[in-house]
Design a protein around this ligand. Structure first.
Ligand SMILES: [Zn+2]
Length: 244
């Protein structure tokens, strides 16, 4: 009797809280939203002075070739991409050494009004971001569709150094913006990059946040794994978090 009771207890314990249970749930694309800017030389903005984007077909079945084969030429910071510490930190980690931990997990999308260009400490204080590990700023660039417009707009919203410092000090592990740079255009020094990357915080730039609203999401953003370079294009997807 005792043995049987023990066995039943053990069985129910195993079935009730087996760690395998979560793992057996099948992963699917359901609910995931693509917030990657489409790379298109005709429509993707290129930062002033950066390399032009050029996509060619070496072979093309539409022209009678037996296969289709492309060659891409583009800056490492084209479209949606990630800056690794090496971008502005001497001996900083290259993109292939950025850990998965900051790139996958809970994120908060924060709406910044169209009138705001500088996301500084004052602007930050108007939003609920404390306690969040990852932050994406949805700014005027999203409202104006600028990641889908070939013209380079210099008056994009940027993260001011004092806000970068607050985010870094609060333990944020990833920061994202919706235009090609997180830094003010023409800033006298790249302080925002230095502060965030100096703390090992990767910066996602060039997100297209038009398909999402402010709120809490799960995020997966994975850069191309290029050995020894300071940045790479990435694919970014989010899924609304429910029940939190
Ligand atoms: Zn960059």
């Amino acid at each position: 009797m005792t043995v049987r009771l023990c066995f039943t207890l053990l069985l129910s314990l195993l079935m009730g809280c087996s760690p395998r249970e979560a793992g057996t749930r099948e992963l699917s694309a359901q609910g995931w939203i693509d917030v990657t800017a489409t790379l298109d030389p005709a429509r993707t903005p290129v930062y002033a002075g950066d390399a032009p984007m050029k996509f060619d077909f070496l072979k093309d079945m539409r022209k009678g070739d037996i296969l289709t084969l492309s060659v891409y030429s583009l800056g490492a910071h084209s479209g949606t991409h990630i800056d690794a510490p090496m971008h502005f930190v001497a001996n900083g980690a290259p993109i292939d050494q950025v850990a998965l931990d900051p790139l996958i997990g809970a994120v908060r999308v924060i709406d910044i009004p169209d009138s705001v260009r500088a996301i500084d400490s004052g602007e930050l204080s108007r939003h609920d971001w404390r306690g969040v590990k990852r932050v994406l700023f949805r700014t005027r660039s999203t409202l104006r569709g600028w990641m889908d417009s070939s013209e380079f707009h210099k008056d994009f919203a940027y993260i001011a150094p004092d806000a970068a410092q607050l985010l870094a000090d609060a333990g944020v592990v990833l920061v994202g913006v919706d235009y090609i740079s997180a830094e003010q255009f023409g800033a006298p020094a790249p302080r925002t990059h230095q502060i965030l990357l100096g703390r090992g915080i990767p910066i996602v730039e060039g997100l297209d946040l038009r398909p999402v609203q402010s709120g809490d999401y799960d995020l997966i953003v994975l850069p191309l794994k290029v050995r020894g370079h300071e940045g790479a294009p990435a694919r970014a997807i989010v899924r609304k978090r429910t029940g939190i």
